[in-house]
Design a protein around this ligand. Structure first.
Ligand code: MEV
Length: 433
C-alpha cells in the first residue's frame, strides 16, 4: 500500500503523474505514455482543461455525436450528444426521423422558477420569528442588491423570500425559502451568493432584535425545481404508426401504452424506463456544458413527487390519436458556467442556433422523449437486444482488435445474423483460422 501524501495539489502536473506511477503502477512507462497520449497538443487548450478542476493529470474523452432531423416547434435541429453508450445516438436519430414525418415534436416551457434555501435553527416563539422576518425582509432584498443589480437589469432576480416553519419535521428547524428568475443562466452561483448574503443579514439582525438564539446551518440552492418545468409531446393518428418493426399500428399503440402504464405503476420498471430517458437528457446536458448531476437529482426527485417513483413519460390513445409526452423540471443555462469556456460546448450551442435557456429546456426534454420512444418501441416490438447489440458490435470487434478488413467482413456477416458476444468471438475465430 502506498504512503499517504500531503501537498499533492501543490505538485506540478508531471510531479503528480510521477508520484502516481511510483505508487500504483508496475509498468510505469506504458502508464505515463497513455496519460500523455490524451493531452492536447495545443498547449493553450490543454491548460484551459487543466484549469477546469483540481489535480488534472489528463483528459477523459467521451464521443460527441449528433442526432439530426429533430423537428421541434417547426424548427429543425441537429442535436449534439456526448455519451459512451453505443446505441443512444442511433436510437435518438431513428426516433427523430420517425416523428419528422409525423409533424415533429411540440414543446412548451411552463415556468422557470429556481429555488434556494437558508436553513437555520431558532429556539424562541414562532410568532416572534414571524414578526422579525417581516421586518427584516426588505433589508434582505436591499443588502443583496449589489449581487442582483445586473440580473435585474436583464429582467430576472429574486422573486420572493418566505419564512418556512419546519419544526414538525425537525426540532427548531426553519428556512428562508427563496425563489429566483435567472433567465438564460443556470444561476447556481448567483443564487448561492444571494443566499449567503441573506444569511449574513438575517443573523446580524437577529442578534440585535431577537431574544432567543438563531443559528444559520447552511445556505444553498435546491436542485429540486418543480416550478422550472417543460413539457414535450408527439401525437399522430394511430394509422400513421407504421415502420419496418410495426406490423399492426393499433396493436403497437396499445402495447406501447401498456408499457408506459407499467412504468407509471411499477417502480422497478420505472427506474429503467427513466434511465432510458436520461440517456438522451444527460447526453445533451453534457454536450451543452450543463450540470448533469443536478439535472439527474432533480428529475428523479420529480419522478417520486407523489410518494412512489414513477414514469416521467405518459401515453394516451383517444379518438384514434396516439399521444406520448414528458413533463420534467430542467434548470439549464446557455450563458455562464462552462458555456463560454469549453470550445466544444460553444460548438454545441452554436449547432443548436444559440438557444435561450427556455429553448434548450425544450430541446433536452425532446431528446429524453425521443430516447424513451425508441426504447419502448424496440422493447415492445423486436426486443432491445437486436438494435443494441448491432450498435455494440463495433465495441466487441475492437475488444478483439479486429483489423479494418475483418470489421468489414464481420459487419456484413452480422447484418443477417444475431449479434451476441460469443457469436462474434466464434465468427472472428472462424475468419482467422
Ligand atoms: C438502456 O440504456 C436503456 C433501456 O434499458 C431503457 C428502457 O428499458 O426503457 C433500453
Amino acid at each position: 500500500m502506498p504512503n499517504a501524501i500531503s501537498g499533492f495539489s501543490k505538485l506540478s502536473k508531471s510531479e503528480k503523474i510521477e508520484w502516481l506511477l511510483g505508487a500504483y503502477f508496475k509498468d510505469k512507462d506504458s502508464a505515463r505514455t497513455l496519460i500523455k497520449q490524451y493531452w492536447n497538443s495545443d498547449e493553450k487548450l490543454q491548460k484551459l482543461h487543466d484549469e477546469f478542476i483540481e489535480n488534472t493529470i489528463s483528459n477523459y474523452y467521451l464521443p460527441l455525436g449528433v442526432a439530426p432531423n429533430f423537428l421541434i416547434n417547426k424548427t429543425l435541429y441537429s442535436i449534439p450528444m456526448a455519451i459512451e453508450e453505443s446505441s443512444v445516438v442511433a436510437a435518438a436519430s431513428k426516433a427523430a426521423k420517425f416523428w419528422l414525418d409525423r409533424g415533429g415534436f411540440k414543446a412548451e416551457v411552463f415556468s422557470t422558477e429556481k429555488i434556494g434555501q437558508v436553513h437555520f435553527t431558532y429556539h424562541g416563539k414562532l410568532k416572534d420569528l414571524q414578526v422579525f422576518f417581516e421586518a427584516v425582509k426588505p433589508l434582505l432584498f436591499k443588502e443583496s442588491s449589489s449581487i442582483t443589480k445586473n440580473m435585474e437589469k436583464r429582467g430576472g432576480g429574486i422573486l420572493d423570500i418566505e419564512l418556512k416553519d419546519k419544526t414538525n419535521s425537525l426540532e427548531n428547524y426553519y428556512q428562508l425559502h427563496a425563489t429566483f428568475e435567472t433567465l438564460d443562466a443556470m444561476g447556481a452561483n448567483f443564487i448561492n451568493s444571494c443566499l449567503e448574503q441573506f444569511a449574513n443579514t438575517f443573523k446580524r439582525e437577529a442578534e440585535q432584535h431577537l431574544d432567543k438564539k438563531l443559528d444559520i446551518v447552511m445556505s444553498i440552492l435546491s436542485n429540486y425545481v418543480p416550478q422550472c418545468l417543460v413539457r414535450a409531446e408527439v401525437a399522430c393518428p394511430i394509422t400513421e404508426l407504421t415502420s419496418k418493426d410495426i406490423k399492426n399500428p393499433q396493436l403497437f399503440a396499445e402495447k406501447f401504452k401498456q408499457a408506459v402504464n407499467i412504468a407509471e405503476v411499477e417502480p422497478h420498471r420505472a427506474v429503467t424506463h427513466n434511465k432510458g430517458i436520461m440517456n438522451g437528457i444527460d447526453a445533451v446536458v453534457l454536450a451543452t456544458g450543463n450540470d448533469f448531476r443536478a439535472i439527474e437529482a432533480g428529475v428523479h426527485a420529480y419522478a417520486a413527487r407523489n410518494g412512489q417513483y414513477a414514469s416521467l413519460t405518459h401515453c394516451s390513445i383517444e379518438n384514434d390519436t396516439f399521444k406520448f409526452w414528458i413533463e420534467i423540471p430542467l434548470a439549464l443555462g446557455t450563458v455562464g458556467g462552462l458555456t463560454s469556456l469549453h470550445p466544444l460546448v460553444k460548438f454545441a450551442l452554436e449547432l443548436l442556433g444559440k438557444p435561450s435557456a427556455k429553448e434548450l429546456m425544450q430541446i433536452v426534454a425532446v431528446a429524453g422523449l425521443a430516447q424513451n420512444f425508441a426504447a419502448v418501441k424496440s422493447l415492445t416490438t423486436t426486443g432491445i437486444q437486436e438494435g443494441h447489440m448491432k450498435m455494440h458490435l463495433m465495441n466487441i470487434l475492437n475488444q478483439f482488435e479486429a483489423t479494418h478488413q475483418e470489421k468489414e467482413q464481420l459487419i456484413k456477416h452480422f447484418k443477417t445474423n444475431v449479434v451476441t458476444h460469443s457469436a462474434v468471438l466464434d465468427a472472428i475465430e472462424n475468419l482467422r483460422s
